[in-house]
Design a protein around this ligand. Structure first.
Ligand code: NDP
Length: 455
């Protein structure tokens, strides 16, 4: 949308001040568009320059990460931590290791995280970090040396009451273990400085499952507003990492049928459905052998693998008949054309496991069609919410049962859905979860910033 007046000027300022960061501009644009509804009603946020402050990170840390591969060759990567906003709690957000990582991508993720964490109702500020290091094809010892070098610098800036990183793309249980080990060694402290830890050294049950489970719970809540459930629904899922795997698991448990999964080399379409046994194969393939999605076709009949084609201006994964879609790979994986294909194929419920997987054009198509569209900062908030529960357990030096954490997660997702739904109504756009999530997330942070003075 073309914005004018105060919000138009703000967006122009953000673009001028942060050149070459299109993903950050996109994330700010989407939020600011929703917030025009708030600023008209509460001009005090405008005079306190809350928006001008909220788009400026409190702190950006950028550092050199030198490491040596198994052949003795030296490599240099770049490390980052964006400490975006601490108005309602310590900075909290994942670390991403992927060759595409740069300052703009991490700023978009940190910005989204501020609103998402606010929505969880837990006391967590927003942050994000990572590196352009690519763990793909690296040995365990190479990944360990990289993580140790990365943490040697990062440990100066984080702490259980300051900034608590977690995993994201390319950072799973293995990497969190190496990072935690090095932090503990350097600081001589065993604290809850990272979440996503192993179960026997401070981790929480259900944390690995939480983002995917939460996305499915959120979809179920959206469907319930139209007196429907996931039972019998055909679901398109992208990605095959942490979020995608547990999204499929929960879809199956709730009676749905997932028919696709992908990685950066292509996607599989399994019309019969990715059942428990097939999902176990995927988990072993991706989490243990670190193989490619195509190998699924060698093991199961009636499956079609379609390689990634950079020449196409759409993703064929989104061009199958289904009712629900769960984008769970990466940002901007659904463009305007994909959104139209999804709608034409009968999709009426989209729950974003990934962060900002839909372009602005795609979001507009979903909103215009008035389908159930749950944006990432609401639909995938179950991961960070359960990280918040891990922090609580660490502080109490206790651990809760699987059932207890899962039921808290489920309740949090219901509360997030309710907050988004009711806020969208309060601001005159009923059923618009984008406005609901942005506004509900914003109000709590903005009020805390107002209370805390000009800092
Ligand atoms: P993983 O690294 O476990 O899995 C990522 C998956 O997406 C892989 O299958 C990967 O394929 C694919 N992928 C990543 N980048 C690209 C790309 N540029 N093009 C095509 N495919 C790609 O990450 P997660 O599952 O943890 O994260 C997935 C998404 O969910 C991200 O957007 C993340 O920010 C978001 N998220 C994650 C949370 C968590 O708790 N982990 C919490 C909230 C959001 P390949 O292996 O070939 O690269």
């Amino acid at each position: 949308m073309f914005m004018t007046g105060y919000t138009g000027n703000l967006l122009a300022m953000v673009k001028a001040k942060n050149p070459n960061e299109p993903e950050f501009h996109q994330a700010v644009e989407e939020v600011v568009e929703s917030l025009t509804l708030v600023l008209d009603r509460y001009p005090e946020y405008r005079s306190a320059k809350i928006l001008e402050r909220i788009v400026e990170p409190e702190r950006v840390i950028m550092f050199r990460v030198p490491w040596m591969d198994d052949q003795g060759e030296i490599h240099v990567n770049r490390g980052f931590r964006i400490e975006m906003n601490s108005a309602i709690g310590p900075y909290k957000g994942g670390l991403r290791f992927h060759p595409s990582v740069n300052l703009g991508i991490l700023k978009f993720l940190a910005f989204e995280q501020v609103f998402k964490n606010s929505l969880t109702t837990l006391p967590m500020g927003g942050g994000k970090g990572g590196s352009d290091f690519d763990p793909k094809g690296k040995s365990d010892t190479e990944v360990m040396r990289f993580c140790q070098s990365f943490m040697t610098e990062l440990c100066r800036h984080i702490g259980p009451d300051t900034d608590v990183p977690a995993g994201d793309i390319g950072v799973g249980g293995r990497e969190i273990g190496f990072l935690f080990g090095q932090y503990k060694r350097l600081k001589n402290e065993f604290t809850g400085v990272l979440t996503g830890k192993g179960l026997n050294w401070g981790g929480s049950l259900i944390r690995p499952e939480a983002t995917g489970y939460g996305a499915a719970y959120f979809a179920a809540e959206m469907l319930s507003t139209r007196a429907q459930t996931l039972q019998g629904k055909v679901c398109l899922v992208s990605g095959s990492g942490n979020v995608a795997q547990y999204t499929v698991e929960k879809i199956n448990q709730l009676g749905g049928k997932a028919v696709t999964l992908s990685d950066s080399s292509g996607y599989i379409y399994d019309e019969a459905g990715i059942d428990e046994k097939k999902l176990k194969f995927i988990m072993d393939l991706k989490n243990v052998h670190r193989g490619r999605i195509k190998e699924y076709t060698d093991n199961f009949k009636g499956v079609v693998f379609t390689p990634f084609d950079p020449e196409l201006d759409y993703n064929p994964l989104w061009n199958h008949k289904a009712q629900c879609a769960f984008p769970s790979a990466t940002q901007n994986e659904i463009n305007g054309k994909d959104a139209k294909n999804l709608l034409a194929n009968g999709i009426y419920c989209v729950a974003e496991g990934a962060n900002m997987p839909t372009t602005i054009e795609g979001v507009k198509a979903f909103l215009d069609a008035k389908i159930l569209y749950g944006p990432g900062k609401a639909a995938n908030a179950g991961g960070v919410a359960t990280s918040g529960l891990e922090m609580a357990q660490n502080s109490m030096r206790m651990s809760w049962s699987r059932e207890e954490v899962d039921s808290r997660l489920h309740q949090i997702m219901k509360n997030i859905h309710k907050a988004c739904f009711e806020t969208s109504e309060r601001f005159g756009t009923p059923g618009n979860y984008v406005n609901g999530a942005n506004i509900a997330g914003f109000l709590k942070v903005a009020d805390a910033m107002m209370d805390q003075g000009l800092v």
